[in-house]
Ligand binder design. Structure first.
Ligand SMILES: *Cc1c(COP(=O)(O)O)cnc(C)c1O
Length: 393
């Protein structure tokens, strides 16, 4: 039955497990463990776990399971495993399937911690990593080798909002038998369908839009039952990246309103991009579906809409960007995104500070670049705030 529901119905009902009390809102099973009626029952449960049975919260918990089943239903995935943070999800999805001697191809424009796992952890254990420009299919093609075991990219990159063509890169990767892992945080579960478009595994930082109110860390990996239970679960359940039942409950309630929030935030981002396009104090307005974006057709085909974040290249370099940030009244300076509160970040001096200047230039992270995450405030108030701050530049 769940399979036939549309996304909005799944977001509210999929995965619900009611206790004997018939509660309306999902219960928080804030328990580390579970008791068994008899020693024989404990033995049986350790031998084979039934669908409604749990052993220890590092392995699974009813509230966490509800979140996993709800997000899996939304993604059209066979199963999902929830983790303590987005990075625990990325770490699991990358480390669990790889071994020494494997080759990985990844897009260069990655979240800093993802780059750390690839270059500082996996390479140390004998995995070779090749980085490519994600938007350039010829580079993906050229980088593939017979021993390429895995391909990893952000479907929409941070902070310069470049897309990777999920269907095309998946075809290129599958030709050599590589597993395609997509970090879909910026596209959100509302606009991206990476599994339907050819990817094998999707990862989310639930900290971003899924919570959407800046409260909890969380993450999740979605894929086939074989991958989730056969490859990922053994690694994650023994290495301790489990999501707390309380945080799972926050994320579960977050999913109920995800589409409403993301659509409203995207309305604001679109209105902001239109209002600012061509502004004399801005060298560039970057938004996936804006008419000057080189991949706007791909953005419409792959995501339908442009998402909740835009990037502005402010005149006057770092000084101009700082003046702009410091003059904003509604927007807060913070490095989260997808939050109900509108947030701004200066990537060159914060999230991407550790990169060399050459790498920043390569990724088009200019000194004037500001990442803008639209919240749930009134869009006209937000636009007025940005316009008054630009006057100060
Ligand atoms: C935030 C983020 C992560 C990491 O998620 P955490 O929940 O902070 O661990 C990974 N990838 C992308 C694209 C992100 O924005």
């Amino acid at each position: 039955m769940t399979d036939q529901w549309n996304k909005r119905t799944k977001a509210v009902h999929a995965g619900t497990r009611r206790s004997q009390y018939g509660e309306v809102s999902e219960a928080i099973f804030l328990t580390q463990g579970f008791v068994y009626d008899t020693a024989e029952a404990a033995e049986a449960r350790f031998q084979a776990l039934g669908d409604d049975e749990f052993i220890y919260a590092r392995y699974g918990n009813p509230t966490v399971r509800m979140f996993e089943e709800r997000i899996a239903a939304l993604e059209g995935a066979e199963d999902a495993f929830a983790t303590a943070s987005g990075m625990a999800a990325v770490n699991g999805a990358l480390v669990a399937p790889l071994k020494a001697g494997d080759h990985v191809v990844a897009a260069r424009a990655l979240f800093g911690s993802c780059l750390y796992i690839l270059q500082d952890v996996l390479e140390r254990f004998g995995v070779e990593v090749t980085l490519v420009d994600g938007a350039d299919l010829a580079q993906w093609q050229k980088a593939m080798r017979p021993d390429t075991a895995l391909v990893f990219f952000e479907s929409l990159s941070n902070p310069t909002l470049e897309l990777v063509d999920i269907a095309a890169v998946s075809r290129i990767a599958h030709a050599v038998g590589a597993l395609v892992v997509v970090d879909n945080v910026f596209a959100t579960p509302v606009y991206g369908q990476p599994l339907a478009q050819g990817a094998d595994v999707v990862v989310y930082s639930a900290t971003k839009h899924i919570d959407g109110q800046g409260r909890c860390l969380g993450g999740v990996v979605c894929g086939t039952s074989d991958f989730i239970r056969g490859t990922l679960e053994p690694y994650l359940k023994h290495t301790g990246g489990a999501l707390s039942p309380f945080n799972a409950w926050v994320m579960l309630k977050g999913l109920e309103t995800l589409e409403l929030r993301v659509n409203a935030q995207t309305d604001a981002a679109e209105a902001m991009a239109q209002a600012l396009d061509g502004h004399p104090k801005l060298r560039q307005v970057i938004y996936p579906t804006l008419k000057n974006h080189p991949q706007k057709e791909l953005a419409r085909a792959q995501m339908q809409r442009g998402g909740t974040v835009l990037a502005l290249d402010v005149e006057g370099g770092q000084a101009g960007a700082f003046r702009f940030l410091n003059t904003l009244k509604i927007f807060s300076i913070s490095n989260n995104l997808g939050d109900a509160k509108s947030l701004v970040t200066h990537p060159a001096t914060t999230t991407h500070q550790r990169l060399s200047e050459a790498d920043r230039r390569h990724l088009a992270i200019t000194p004037g670049l500001v990442r803008v995450s639209l919240g749930l405030e009134d869009a006209q108030d937000l636009i007025a705030d940005v316009l008054q701050a630009l006057r100060a530049v």
